[in-house]
Design a protein around this ligand. Structure first.
Ligand SMILES: [Zn+2]
Length: 249
């Protein structure tokens, strides 16, 4: 680390659990962020600010005016631009230390698995179940840690999955793979700061996984009801008949 980096990350290095060693782990890490919308914007910005050295940004949408209410990596001047490009510019402004890769097409099949295998941690910041199940399955196959966030209306949820470690569940153990849950904030609305809260927590959990600090939110589902400002936790169990992870170690 150079002097500039020691200064830039000094408030993190001051934490004895992080120290210079933890900061170097972050600088050597690669995170894949799927979706640069309401969740992915704050998640990517915090990971870049915190000095995660390599960030791959995947989004095949372009910035629209209705996104700007909550997708804070994008500005009015970015309308019409691919979200991965607009977010890359925001992250480079924030921290030129970080190497940002734009992935502007829909990642599927072998390409999705390849990108996930390259990452030390994956943040699922997408808004649809098709992507969530595909990302989870590729994380299980490659044993890549997954930080999953979701928001709708006034509710948010967060969970961390570490496939291949002990008897931990996967996302598919939690949700069966069918379409009836497929509503999104496009149809139902969402209050602006809520994805900011959950996306920031996704960045926090990713940093804990990358540095090995603390207890990640594995095997637990954290639920936020913002209207009553109540947080709840559910314990998640592995489904022995899970179509994705049953039979894998
Ligand atoms: Zn499973």
């Amino acid at each position: 680390m150079n002097d500039n980096q020691l200064l830039r990350y000094s408030r993190q290095i001051l934490l004895p659990q992080i120290d210079v060693e933890g900061q170097e782990k972050l600088l050597d890490s690669r995170a894949l962020i799927i979706g640069l919308g309401g969740l992915g914007s704050p998640a990517a910005m915090y990971l870049a600010a915190a000095g995660v050295g390599s960030l791959a940004l995947n989004d095949y949408d372009v910035v629209e005016i209705s996104n700007l209410q909550r997708q804070i990596a994008h500005g009015t001047e970015n309308i019409g631009e691919p979200k991965a490009v607009s977010a890359r510019k925001a992250l480079e402004r924030l921290n030129p230390d970080v190497r940002v890769t734009e992935l502007t097409s829909r990642l599927e099949g072998a390409q999705l698995e390849q990108e996930i295998a390259r990452a030390d941690v994956v943040l699922d910041c997408s808004d649809n179940f098709t992507t969530r199940f595909a990302v989870n399955a590729a994380c299980v196959r490659t044993r890549t840690p997954l930080v999953s966030g979701a928001v709708i209306r006034f509710e948010g949820q967060l969970a961390v999955f570490t496939p291949g470690v002990g008897n931990n569940p996967c996302y598919n153990c939690l949700y069966a793979d069918h379409g009836e849950l497929a509503e999104s904030c496009v149809q139902t609305g969402v209050l602006a700061p809520l994805p900011g809260i959950i996306g920031s927590l996704q960045a926090l959990e990713a940093i804990k996984l990358l540095t090995g600090v603390g207890e990640p939110l594995v095997g637990r589902l954290l639920l936020l009801d913002a209207l009553s400002m109540e947080w709840n936790q559910m314990i998640l169990k592995r489904n022995p008949r899970c179509p994705t992870c049953a039979g894998s170690a």
